[in-house]
Write a new protein. Structure first.
Length: 270
């Protein structure tokens, strides 16, 4: 993966249960409480301790801008992939120290945010490109979970779409030259993961270097599908999969090709 910290929806079932418990106890921030602000599709909780570093007006502006980014993400995801969560999505912004202390043990690599019943973010005081990327990435996980709460989405699809969507949010239309070169080198050395290996429920068990490779390859495969076949096919395949829960058949219907054949073409494309 191309960044210093990593994203994932949830590390393990135990982590998911822990996150659910923490979401019910949102009044236990660094100051003992969270501020709350709502928009049409989101409920935002921010650790009040962040007020001390940004000031009250700065904090309110940050909350408003964060919700604006999320609402824009909602519209973009609906347009691109037809995902429109019906329930309000909860977003919790933690003081960085609280986030690290509470959730640092869930992952084998540093995390800037993750989804587990709610979107959980390592706090900030201004809306940066980095935060925009994290918000778009985690919103994909939230939207997929809302569409099919009990469906286990393979990590390559879940993370690949999230990475692809966040890249589009930042105006990135394709893999960077260094990303292509890095993947090509791994392919030549026979070090690419198979889609089967990337079909675990999540990638949180991987060491940092392995996670970087897995996230980037997942993104690259989704990017390949969109470049070769367009966004409409991806949208169709995803909708069919969420409805039927049969990924192989959904890919065959939308792409007129099997998933193994698509994977083979992806490797050739590298």
């Amino acid at each position: 993966m191309k960044r210093a910290s990593f994203l994932l929806p949830v590390a393990t079932l135990a982590a998911l249960l822990l996150v659910a418990d923490s979401a019910k106890a949102r009044d236990r921030g660094a100051d003992g409480e969270f501020s709350k602000r709502t928009s049409r599709h989101f409920v935002l909780y921010q650790d009040v301790d962040i007020d001390r570093t940004s000031g009250f007006r700065g904090s309110r502006r940050f909350e408003q801008q964060t919700l604006e980014v999320l609402e824009a993400a909602y519209d973009q995801l609906a347009e691109k992939l037809g995902l429109r969560p019906e329930r309000p999505i909860t977003v919790v912004v933690y003081d960085p120290g609280v986030f690290d202390a509470r959730f640092g043990g869930l992952f084998r690599f540093p995390a800037a945010g993750f989804y587990g019943d709610s979107i959980h973010l390592r706090g900030d005081t201004v809306v940066t490109d980095r935060l925009v990327a994290v918000l778009h990435h985690e919103f994909v996980h939230a939207a997929l979970h809302d569409a099919a709460p009990t469906l286990v989405v393979p990590a390559w699809l879940n993370e690949g779409i999230a990475e692809w969507f966040e890249a589009r949010a930042l105006g990135k239309r394709q893999l960077a030259a260094e990303e292509k070169s890095w993947l090509r080198d791994r392919a030549e050395k026979g070090q690419l993961y198979s889609l089967a290996e990337l079909s675990t429920p999540n990638l949180g068990h991987l060491e940092p270097a392995a996670a970087r490779a897995a996230y980037l390859q997942s993104y690259a495969f989704v990017d390949f599908l969109v470049r070769r076949h367009g966004e409409r096919r991806l949208r169709e395949a995803l909708a069919d999969f969420l409805r039927t829960r049969k990924l192989e058949r959904s890919m065959q219907r939308s792409y007129r090709d099997s998933l193994p054949d698509l994977e083979a073409r992806f490797r050739e494309d590298l």
